[in-house]
Design a protein. Structure first.
Length: 449
């Protein structure tokens, strides 16, 4: 550790002929300047982890980007949020070169004397985040500026060591990113087949041709006011799988240790359950029925609050997950994956969320009951077709859950290694091949096959 250089971020930038500057002010780039297509403009909301999230990014015209060209990003830049969550930062990679550092951000171009990826990871440690938070100004909303970042203290190993450390951590992140891409493709495939079979009614007929366009018999459904395939029945979600409520944990039971409990806050918009910050309940000798334990592949849905109707698939975990009250629980039986594909893609239909919002509206706090969820209409196909769809897509969702579990293990490994590598407690040469680190998580995953 004594060999590591003590230096401030401002010195690194200055010595390496880099850049440390705020994004353009509002007087330089107005709200009316944003367009539907053009140069992506990075705002604090677009920073997720150490990556740029393009899902809700804004755009500016090329002429405005040229006018404010000093804010155009280059590979290796680090973009900081300068207000709100001031610990947010993202490393600009090849795909994001030429994007625009927007209002509300600070651009750090470290220069030639430091590995940018190493620096981005260094800035992600808890110690680094706490330092930045301690220096932030503003009573109602934390703010940072270039002066604060210039004073940020760093301990630097040799540039060779920096690159080696960054490679270890980025290998883990790259595997996580790859798993996420695979999952997105698997989910898109399941949605596409669902739409083709159950919305357009072009499921395979007896000879494998699209049912409706090949002259399959359609019958008028008076309640739906449209034609549906013969033999299909109008039921509801409760017909397929009933939603039930979670357990009413007592407020006095919440503690630092105990049973892991999923609350509404843990259900994410991307149909996942965030298990990194679950609440714990110490039940003091009380016994809770196993029917409140959610198995991997079951679905949980928010029944109260602004996020009412939001749902997530229960992931594979090392221990049992209990379901809290006001969380709807679709228990798909002993082998949830066998019935998951049809349910999750039915819940993902626009009309379901619209029905939820309609039923939950009118009160100060949006609220919906399990009975109301179960009574939302659902067109039920013939049993053989339903079973065929679930069987066809079962492998997709098995893979999705296994990839999520591997990502959980990879994230835990990365988060354990990060501070140890950055303070010199773990030496790069003591670590085995990077692939072996990834395989450690893969071996854990295999236990659940």
């Amino acid at each position: 550790m004594s060999e590591w250089l003590k230096i401030k971020l401002g010195e690194i930038v200055r010595n390496g002929q880099g850049v440390l500057q705020t994004g353009p002010f509002g007087s330089q780039l107005h709200a009316s300047d944003y367009v539907d297509h053009g140069i992506p403009c990075i705002m604090p909301a677009n920073i997720k982890g150490t990556r740029i999230d393009l899902s809700k990014i804004s755009f500016i015209q090329e002429s405005d980007a040229n006018r404010l060209s000093k804010h155009i990003t280059k590979v290796g830049d680090i973009i900081f949020s300068r207000r709100g969550d001031v610990t947010l930062k993202a490393l600009i990679r090849n795909n994001e070169e030429g994007y625009f550092c927007g209002t509300g951000c600070i651009l750090v171009r470290p220069g030639k004397n430091v590995d940018s990826e190493f620096l981005a990871y260094y800035l992600s440690t808890d110690d680094s985040k706490n330092w930045i938070l301690s220096k932030a100004v503003g009573a109602t909303m934390p703010n940072i500026n270039t002066k604060i970042l210039a004073d940020f203290p760093i301990r630097l190993p040799t540039k060779k060591e920096q690159s080696q450390i960054a490679k270890i951590l980025s290998d883990l992140d790259s595997k996580i990113e790859l798993n996420n891409k695979i999952n997105a493709e698997l989910e898109a495939m399941a949605k596409l087949i669902y739409d083709y079979w159950f919305v357009q009614f072009e499921f395979p007929n007896e000879v494998g041709k699209p049912y409706k366009s090949s002259g399959g018999k359609m019958v008028w459904n008076e309640e739906l006011k449209r034609e549906v395939p013969e033999g299909w029945e109008l039921g509801n979600f409760g017909t397929y799988c009933k939603s039930s409520g979670g357990y009413a944990f007592k407020s006095s039971w919440w503690s630092d240790n105990g049973l892991k409990v999923v609350k509404i806050k843990d259900i994410q918009e991307d149909y996942t359950i965030n298990i990194s910050d679950l609440s714990s309940a110490s039940i003091s000798g009380e016994k809770i029925d196993n029917k409140f334990i959610a198995k991997p592949g079951n679905i949980l849905i928010a029944m109260t609050g602004a996020t009412v109707g939001k749902f997530g698939i229960v992931p594979i975990t090392d221990g049992p997950l209990y379901v809290n009250q006001r969380v709807g629980f679709f228990n798909l039986g002993t082998e949830p994956i066998d019935k998951l594909p049809f349910l999750v893609n039915s819940l993902n239909q626009k009309y379901f969320r619209e029905a939820i919002f309609t039923l939950a509206s009118g009160a100060a706090q949006p609220n919906i009951s399990n009975e109301q969820i179960n009574n939302i209409q659902l067109l039920i196909p013939r049993k053989t077709l339903l079973e065929n769809y679930n069987k066809t897509l079962k492998a997709n969702y098995n893979k999705i859950l296994l990839n999520q579990f591997q990502n959980q293990k990879l994230s835990e490994l990365r988060d354990w290694l990060l501070p140890m590598l950055m303070n010199g407690q773990v030496k790069v040469e003591k670590l085995s091949d990077k692939e072996e680190l990834i395989n450690m998580a893969a071996e854990e995953r295999e236990k659940y096959r």
